[in-house]
Design a protein around this ligand. Structure first.
Ligand code: AMP
Ligand code: TRP
Length: 345
């Protein structure tokens, strides 16, 4: 990838970040800082698509920002900010509400999952969520979007929106000198983290998630060493010893998940981990897993606690990041408004 490319991604401040966020997205975000201009957002506008207590939301925004920095995002090289401080997101989302079709949104599986049975009671924001996500990315004309596996469908929608906008306004876009008619790029998903789908510790068929009512289902980046060890010790397994070949993980979701987590944390392949622990009982393997997890996550948790002790400093980081984000989005939004046919002064 070339240096002129731009990276955008975000996470919702709806609770503390967990191992799935870290291995599925954050590790890749950190890596991309070395080669790209990166913009990493705390998506507070997305968070309120389901009810958030205002006081807790403020805390969660600061906590996620602290987790970004503690994990290795550098607020000097990358832009770290919260979405609501940059008006371009909401403005472009409205325009995309008028570009995207109902039929496209009706296919979104995340809406179906989150809305549950009582769809009539879901917020309109939850339904339009993917349009806002497309706006997040395209307000910066970002080309690469590092995410976990679960965001693939949303990114396909963002590509469709970019393409429809480019087609609908082809004449205006070409008149501006974009002779290939491509005002918005087709943002590419980068789904290459060390574990792009980390599963719940309580159920190997369910995604590890902030919204799971059981805290035992996930390892939070803020968990201390004892908590991490206890959660791994309590993680669901099956009665068989670990398989001696990777193929033996196929019908064993819990074993597959734990081996996958170990491999991702230790920087090894699953095959190598199976070769090392194959034939052993879970108890010994879980001890080794707890050790690598504590080694890797312990310092991050300590750093989050240190950073959150100074909320004013976090707010300064967000203010600085927001100003830099605005500076990139403003001229793009100016062109968008002109293309659509609005009058600007
Ligand atoms: P969210 O917590 O929904 O805001 O997700 C933030 C990022 O973490 C997105 O890129 C997700 O795809 C990723 N992510 C969330 N949960 C998992 C998981 N269980 N495994 C892998 N990636 C995940
Ligand atoms: N929808 C993403 C999630 O829940 C978060 C998100 C919002 C995002 N806007 C984005 C991710 C833009 C990448 C790019 O995980």
């Amino acid at each position: 990838m070339k240096l002129t490319e731009r990276v955008f991604s975000g996470m919702q401040p709806t609770g503390s970040l967990h191992l799935g966020n870290y291995l599925g997205a954050m590790v890749q975000w950190i890596e991309m800082q070395k080669t790209h201009e990166c913009i990493y957002c705390v998506v507070d506008l997305h968070a309120i698509t389901v009810w958030q207590d205002p006081k807790e939301l403020k805390q969660a925004i600061r906590q996620v920002t602290a987790a970004y920095i503690a994990s290795g995002l550098d607020p000097k090289t990358s832009i770290l900010f919260n979405q609501s401080q940059v008006a371009a997101h909401a403005e472009l989302a409205w325009i995309f509400n008028c570009v995207a079709r109902l039929g496209w949104l009706n296919r979104m599986t995340q809406f179906k999952e989150k809305a549950g049975k009582d769809r009539e009671a879901a917020s309109v924001g939850l339904y339009a969520y993917p349009n806002l996500m497309a706006a997040d990315i395209l307000a910066y004309r970002a080309t690469h979007v590092p995410v976990g596996e679960d965001q693939k469908q949303h990114l396909e929608l963002a590509r469709d929106i970019a393409q429809k906008f480019n087609n609908d306004f082809r004449a205006e876009i070409e008149a501006k000198g974009y002779n290939d008619g491509a005002f918005f790029p087709q943002p590419e998903p980068v789904i290459t983290g060390p574990a792009t789908r980390v599963m719940s510790l309580r159920d190997g068929t369910k995604k590890m998630s902030k919204s799971d009512p059981s805290d035992l289902s996930r390892i939070n980046l803020t968990d201390d060493a004892d908590t991490i060890a206890r959660k791994i010790q309590k993680a669901k397994t099956d009665p068989e010893p670990l398989p001696t070949e990777e193929a033996g993980l196929a019908a064993r979701p819990e074993a597959d998940n734990l081996i996958g987590i170990y491999a991702a944390l230790a920087g090894k392949t699953k095959a190598a981990v199976v070769a090392e622990f194959g034939g052993q009982q879970f108890s010994g393997f879980k001890k080794a897993l707890a050790e690598v997890a504590v080694q890797r996550l312990g310092p991050i948790g300590d750093e989050i606690r240190r950073l959150t002790a100074d909320p004013a400093e976090i707010d300064r980081v967000l203010a600085d990041g927001s100003a830099r984000a605005r500076a990139i989005a403003a001229p793009i939004m100016d062109e968008v408004k002109d293309i659509v046919g609005f009058i600007r002064s």
